[in-house]
Design a protein around this ligand. Structure first.
Ligand SMILES: Nc1ncnc2c1ncn2[C@@H]1O[C@H](COP(=O)(O)OP(=O)(O)OP(=O)(O)O)[C@@H](O)[C@H]1O
Length: 551
């Protein structure tokens, strides 16, 4: 329209760096980060991030460079989420469970200029550097993060985080993104189904997803957030930035256990936390000695894997308010939310848990989530039965896979981001995941949702954890094979478990084989089903098979 202008007065590229600037003004004296006996205010956190950015500039980091970090949820890890983008650089947070070989592969791919490493993970990085040196790959500058503040690590010959901050200038001019679509971070996928892919996030997407995640979490101002989600995973589902937006307090914990969760909730009067269903499972199976009464309302956001209804039910029994969200690294973490409707409160508890285990609809940052036939691109009918691929479209979809244009184009073909997840749509519009396309079992021409079978297994009183994969079968193609970890002291056998499932599922969906053992998981709480499938093949002859059982 005439006289409508775009100028600095009415247009500023979106960036979550602005959350920190505002937090230091609005919440300056309030506690920003707590880790053991260490605590900072928002003014101090901003000051430390300035020093970090100016130290990075002194080390030669400039716009567009990658800075990597391998560290658990500690204050330095939080500060890097702001300090690195303030220097104009791109933060690459690596998974703390990776070994030297995987770290070396990822470092070779992302070519960081500087690498920060927690002192407990130094050996992993040293191993990775050795491998890179053997390949004559240029190594990044290494900065070690020590446990105690201000200590020097001259002995190891590396720079040290606190010393770097102490000697850095507190003055720094933030290198704001020239364009809001400039990259802010590089996140590798969990590697559940294949080799991790490098997902590029923009300042704009990070800003929008942080705001959407705050809203879906019911986060009002000044929440107290317990960090049970790794900050390396999708920048802590974008809440590293979101906590600054709301002037919250970040409670950092190096190692997560049920005891640590209950202790920190009580000590800091935690209002929010998040976690994959494995974390929820840890909470509901906590020993009586580890449990403590909840000091008030606690909102828990779960996602990253399908939450079994039985686990949701037990969380509710303990008094937690769980919000279920679903997404991928490619959607900046949370992408949908199972928005809770007040009229559901009066339903029986099992029904409430069943409704909540659905993945819901897009959050505010996305335009649309749909379940489509991947070939015709037609939406499936909302009949809760027809399976299609879950696809997304909107402003919080990744910019692309780093250095992989063909994978980027393939993932976004047809104007939608293709998740590789299979789902259905219910009559009320909510979507529900049935499986990953790589995990679904096809038995005698019927699709078997491993998520559905696992939900039943989780409701068995003796089962602590369960995962189902297809076992090759000459006649049926595949039959379900359950890997089960039992609760301590419980004595269920394979026959009990198969009978239990047969009483609750169509016969063909019930496992025909049960293997008792620990489940291999990624550090983001997903079961590595490809490992289980390999085991099924390798153990083919020695597996327990219920004698005479027929589909
Ligand atoms: N709420 C949820 N319910 C069911 N599954 C979920 C939920 N949230 C996430 N997931 C699963 O996690 C996947 C996304 O995981 P992530 O991006 O961390 O990497 P990955 O897919 O596990 O790794 P890779 O792509 O390297 O195999 C989704 O595609 C989906 O299968």
């Amino acid at each position: 329209m005439e006289a409508s202008v775009r100028c600095p007065a009415n247009y500023v590229p979106l960036s979550p760096i602005s959350f920190l600037e505002r937090a230091a003004l609005v919440y300056g004296d309030r506690t920003s980060v707590v880790h053991g006996s260490v605590a900072y205010t928002w003014r101090e956190t901003r000051g430390r991030c300035f020093r970090l950015a100016s130290a990075l500039a002194r080390l030669g980091v400039s716009r567009g460079d990658v800075v990597a970090v391998l560290a658990p949820n500690i204050p330095a890890m939080y500060e890097l989420q702001f300090g690195v983008p303030m220097a104009g650089a791109i933060l690459c947070t690596l998974n703390t469970r990776h070994d030297s070989a995987m770290v070396s592969v990822l470092l070779k791919h992302c070519e960081p200029k500087v690498m920060f490493v927690d002192h407990q993970l130094l050996e992993v990085v040293q191993g990775a550097f050795k491998l890179l040196s053997a390949e004559k790959v240029k190594l990044p500058l290494l900065v070690m993060i020590s446990e105690s503040t201000g200590c020097s690590s001259a002995a190891s010959g590396n720079m040290e985080y606190e010393s770097l901050l102490t000697t850095a200038s507190p003055q720094f001019e933030i290198k704001w993104p020239a364009d809001e679509c400039d990259p802010i971070s590089l996140n590798y996928t969990s590697g559940t189904t294949s080799r991790p892919k490098g997902v590029i996030y923009s300042h704009r997407g990070a800003y929008l997803n942080a705001v959407a995640t705050i809203l879906l979490n019911d986060m009002t101002a000044m929440p107290v957030y317990l960090w049970t989600v790794p900050m390396f995973h999708c920048n802590g589902w974008c809440l590293t930035w979101g906590m600054a937006a709301q002037g919250g307090t970040n409670i950092c914990v190096r190692n997560i256990s049920a005891k640590a969760i209950f202790d920190n909730i009580a000590q800091h009067r935690v209002t929010h936390l998040g976690g994959a269903p494995t974390v929820l499972n840890m909470i509901v199976n906590a020993s009586i000695a580890d449990q403590k009464p909840l000091p008030g309302r606690i909102n828990v956001m779960t996602g990253a894997a399908p939450p079994p209804p039985n686990v949701l039910f037990k969380m509710e029994e303990l008094g937690f308010h769980v919000t279920h969200s679903y997404g991928l690294t490619e959607t900046y973490g949370p992408g949908t939310v199972c928005t809770w409707k007040p009229e559901w409160n009066s339903l029986p508890a099992e029904e409430r848990a069943r409704l909540k285990s659905r993945q819901g609809l897009q959050h505010l940052g996305l335009e649309e989530v749909d379940v489509k036939d991947p070939v015709t691109m037609k939406s499936v009918p909302a009949d809760a039965k027809t399976i299609g691929e879950v696809m997304f479209r909107g402003n919080t979809i990744m910019c692309g896979y780093y250095k992989d244009m063909s994978a980027t184009k393939e993932a976004m073909a047809g104007g939608w981001f293709r998740s590789g997840d299979l789902g259905v749509r219910h009559a009320d519009g909510y979507i529900q995941l049935k499986d990953r396309s790589k995990d679904i079992i096809i038995s005698g021409g019927e699709n078997i949702s491993t998520i559905e079978v696992e939900s039943v297994l989780f409701s068995h009183p003796a089962v602590l954890e369960a995962a189902v994969v297809g076992r090759p079968d000459e006649h049926w193609g595949e039959t379900p094979c359950a890997f089960v970890k039992l609760k301590e002291g419980s004595g269920a056998n394979a026959e009990d478990i198969i009978k239990f499932c047969r009483a609750r599922l169509p016969h063909y969906m019930a496992p025909r084989t049960v293997v008792f053992e620990d489940l291999p998981k990624t550090s983001t709480g997903k079961v590595q089903k490809f490992v289980l499938r390999e085991k099924v093949k390798a153990m083919e002859k020695s597996l327990f098979k219920i004698s005479g059982s027929k589909l």
